[in-house]
Design a protein around this ligand. Structure first.
Ligand code: ZN
Length: 148
């Protein structure tokens, strides 16, 4: 993840936005529509506890900015933010919008929904249109800064 972050689209997601602290992506095989992930772009860090206070504030501000864009575009009932990293130990957050018709409403997403390779890919045209809307919503947020 260290080596691919910031280098554009990946097999897992299309690049959404580059901030001072993070790179965000819209997932190609979303467990729920609008699933995004936000990757720390500084030095190699596995745990958020390794960030200094300024880095931590920047990381969270940019992660929450992506959550706000998801909320504005998809109108989920609830956002789930998961910091796992058991499989890929480089700091990243999974942002999962949860909807009224969610199959696991009232609890965490089922384990099989984390097996991204087994999930259906989103229609590429839908993905591109959603990404354009999310980018515009991110650009409109004044509390975050683009990567220099
Ligand atoms: Zn790393």
């Amino acid at each position: 993840m260290c080596t691919t972050v910031g280098a554009g689209d990946t097999p897992f997601g299309i690049s959404l936005w580059s901030g001072r602290f993070t790179q965000s992506y819209l997932g190609r095989r979303p467990p729920r529509r609008g699933y995004c992930f936000v990757v720390w772009t500084g030095r190699h860090v596995a745990e958020p506890t390794e960030l200094d206070p300024e880095e931590a504030a920047g990381y969270w501000s940019e992660t929450l900015a992506v959550c706000r864009a998801i909320e504005a575009h998809y109108s989920p009932l609830k956002m789930n933010i998961s910091l796992l990293g058991n499989g890929v130990p480089h700091l990243h957050a999974h942002l999962v919008p949860r909807y009224r018709e969610d199959p696991a409403a009232g609890g965490p997403m089922a384990l099989e929904d984390w097996r991204f390779d087994d999930l259906d890919p989103e229609d590429p045209e839908v993905l591109e249109a959603d990404a354009a809307s999310l980018r515009a919503l991110l650009e409109a947020q004044s509390d975050i800064e683009r990567a220099p």
